[in-house]
Design a protein around this ligand. Structure first.
Ligand SMILES: CC(C)(COP(=O)(O)OP(=O)(O)OC[C@H]1O[C@@H](n2cnc3c(N)ncnc32)[C@H](O)[C@@H]1OP(=O)(O)O)[C@@H](O)C(=O)NCCC(=O)NCCS
Length: 208
């Protein structure tokens, strides 16, 4: 179990009026107060990342299906079942781990290192996935999962991590940029989503 601590900047406007009002009257607080919000700090303290087990299949399924329904994360449109996720977990080899993020004994996200291409010539490249439960998005879970996946990728000797995503996934773009990934290009009309061709954006990070 790995725990994470980070400072999070919160715009003053995000604070309830009973917190903002006194600060406003003092006219000494800048417009964006770099205040460590107590709840955000405790969010991070209570977050743990660990390898997934078969018992996590139902939670992973629920969170994956939210990502599928939201049309933010994947060309997949078929919702999964816990049994399908159990079989998916059981079929993972040691170089393709699945991790879950846990907060207050609830699974709030998962991530995995995936095969980029089955040909041995690409064994040094890891594709990866990150999915955070809807209500827990924006609270540092995605960032913690990526940090853990990158540690795993280094431990397993991967040279780089790559991903394909939708350009309209603002949270994803911001998350990956923040984690040091760069955009390498766009596949035009790479797949069909709800009957229309969509592009995918490719990003990468070298690990050495
Ligand atoms: C994309 C996703 C994984 C991000 O994870 P998250 O837990 O919400 O992200 P975090 O809270 O760790 O935020 C990390 C950074 O991303 C950015 N970010 C997060 N949510 C954002 C949003 N809605 N809009 C813009 N930027 C956002 C912020 O820069 C944040 O950094 P900060 O510490 O400066 O605030 C999550 O929103 C998700 O699971 N979405 C649905 C599935 C999906 O899109 N998966 C990725 C497929 S490529």
């Amino acid at each position: 179990m790995v725990t994470s601590h980070r400072v999070h900047c919160t715009a003053r406007a995000a604070y309830p009026i009973h917190i903002r009002a006194p600060a406003a009257s003092e006219c000494s607080v800048p417009s964006v107060a770099a205040c460590m919000s107590a709840d955000t700090a405790s969010h991070h303290r209570r977050l743990g990342i660990r390898p997934a087990t078969e018992a996590d299949a139902a939670s992973i399924c629920t969170i994956y299906n939210q990502g599928i329904e939201d049309r933010l994360a994947t060309l997949e449109t078929t919702l999964r079942t816990p049994q399908e996720r159990r079989e998916w977990l059981a079929a993972r080899g040691p170089r393709h781990p699945v991790l879950v993020a846990e907060r207050d004994d609830a699974i709030v996200g998962w991530g995995s290192l995936n095969a980029f291409n089955p040909r041995p010539a690409y064994d040094h490249v890891a594709d990866f996935s990150v999915y955070v439960e809807r209500a827990s998005r924006g609270t540092g879970v995605g960032g913690a999962i990526i940090e853990a996946l990158e540690r795993e990728a280094r431990r397993l000797g991967y040279h780089k991590m790559v991903l394909a995503m939708f350009a309209w996934n603002d949270a994803g773009v911001a998350l990956y940029r923040k984690a040091g990934f760069r955009i390498v290009g766009t596949y035009r009309e790479q797949g069909r989503l709800d009957g229309r061709w969509v592009d995918t954006t490719l990003m990468e990070k070298l690990l050495d």
